[in-house]
Design a protein around this ligand. Structure first.
Ligand SMILES: [Zn+2]
Length: 250
């Protein structure tokens, strides 16, 4: 059983929750990019909570008392989040869920290159007396499975090698700066996810054309685009070409 430390020296529930989740994360979680220990920023920095002293990756921790994973995470100012997505200093997200008796049920990282503007949704919460009053939620919908890298799933640890390998597998997305280009790649990765078998055909992929057309109404050549994206994913070792029009997930 994996348990968060008991914090007794604070009265406020939100402070207790913050300190126990941050303390545990700092002591137990390694950097998914290089495997080194991560450190906590002193003071409450608005940008990130943790960083890796070895490779400079930054992470923001979101935690919730909840047994299962959730799809919507309340975050702060909408405008700032959108701005951050376009900047080089955007952190990746750690998500932690725990039970009422402090058992860790899930811990995962979502690499920063998987977060798109469409994952940031305006929330109907208003903070008075703040110049930036529109808050936002982060939605985990549209994030492919390869972008949800679990350290702990349903109370069980995953191997360190698995975590580091999964992170490396999609690091090529970091170089895709254009949001539209990246959107296409992520959509195609989502389509591949929804095929249960590891092997699939071009026809299977063409089956997603109507949905992709809705997501990309400006594109009149969806079939060409699908083939082009599959080639990119092959070049990046995300899938392999088995034979003509046949592919396999890697
Ligand atoms: Zn690192």
């Amino acid at each position: 059983m994996i348990r968060l430390p008991e914090i007794t020296w604070y009265k406020s529930k939100s402070q207790i929750a913050r300190v126990m989740t941050e303390t545990w994360t700092g002591e137990n979680i390694f950097c998914p990019n290089c495997g080194n220990y991560i450190s906590e920023y002193e003071n409450n920095r608005p940008v990130a909570d943790f960083y890796c002293w070895n490779c400079n990756e930054e992470f923001e921790l979101k935690s919730k008392k909840s047994k299962s994973l959730w799809n919507i995470i309340p975050d702060w100012a909408y405008g700032k989040m959108i701005e951050r997505l376009e900047s080089a200093t955007n952190p990746s997200f750690f998500f932690l869920t725990y039970t009422p008796n402090r058992e860790v049920s899930n811990f995962l990282v979502i690499p920063k290159h998987f977060i798109q503007p469409k994952n940031i949704i305006k929330a109907p919460r208003i903070l008075k007396d703040r110049w930036e009053y529109i808050m936002c939620n982060i939605s985990l919908m549209w994030i492919p499975e390869s972008g949800k890298i679990f350290y702990i799933k349903n109370g069980e640890y995953k191997s360190e090698k698995n975590i580091l390998d999964t992170w490396k597998k999609t690091i090529f997305l970091q170089d895709t700066k254009n949001i539209q280009t990246k959107g296409w790649l992520l959509d195609i990765m989502n389509c591949i996810d929804s095929i249960k078998d590891d092997n699939f055909t071009l026809d299977d992929m063409y089956g997603f054309a109507p949905q992709l057309q809705i997501l990309h109404p400006e594109n009149n050549f969806v079939h060409d685009k699908i083939r082009q994206q599959l080639q990119i994913l092959r070049d990046k070792w995300y899938i392999e070409f088995v034979s003509r029009w046949k592919y396999r997930k890697l």
